[in-house]
Design a protein around this ligand. Sequence first.
Ligand SMILES: Nc1ncnc2c1ncn2[C@@H]1O[C@H](COP(=O)(O)OP(=O)(O)OP(=O)(O)O)[C@@H](O)[C@H]1O
Length: 238
Amino acid sequence: MLKASDIQQYYGGSHILRGVGFEALEGEITVVLGRNGVGKTTLMKSLMGVVPIKSGELSLDGTAITKDTPYERVRRGIGYVPQGREIFGRLTVEDNLLMGLAYKPAGTRIPPQLFELFPVLKQMLHRRGGDLSGGQQQQLAIARALAAGPRLLILDEPTEGIQPSIIKDIGRVLRLLADEGLEIDGKRQRMAVILVEQYYDFAEELADQYLVMERGQIIARGRGSEMQEKGIRQLIAV
Ligand SMILES: Nc1ncnc2c1ncn2[C@@H]1O[C@H](COP(=O)(O)OP(=O)(O)OP(=O)(O)O)[C@@H](O)[C@H]1O
């Protein structure tokens, strides 16, 4: 699905990503772990094109997207849930969701399954985004990214500051998206999910594949089922 090869990224003179390469597959959750400041968010912004990469290659289903703008990447089927959610606090829940459909033809409907996955959004449809709790806002940010029916969903620390019951709900939704996909106009396609996560237990539970970053590089990788025996919890412990 998404392939990144030898990604190099700088902020001014600081070399932030140093030759990052990996592949995220359809039907799988790829978890990106690492301590604060190792470059996880920068990598996600680079995948989205929010910060253009200095060198390296990115492709989606074999098509190069390295030079695409963020908008073009969304059109190609990448959904992005940024760190800190970034919902529109003064817009209603419904308008936030419609923002996720901005590039679709006028009249495109919000996929009804989103309200099954996140029932609270239906109850709060006409409330302002800013009136929602942090956990509800996170669900809104995920639903907004899903509204256009992406094939790849990127989430940057969705559990940050969220209560445990909502974390569980989000975990269930991510598993379902990878295993079955979201139904849009009667069709489904399993998704690739890339999840940046500091909450180790949540990461281990969901990971099909894991990547551990340190100082802008991937220093460990493997199958999610092997995280325990490989001592990944200890590797990322502060
Ligand atoms: N806009 C920026 N300009 C300059 N340096 C930056 C910028 N954003 C991040 N950095 C630096 O780049 C490095 C990587 O930051 P990044 O946010 O990607 O790490 P992270 O692993 O996502 O950390 P966290 O878990 O705290 O979000 C850090 O040293 C950070 O201080």
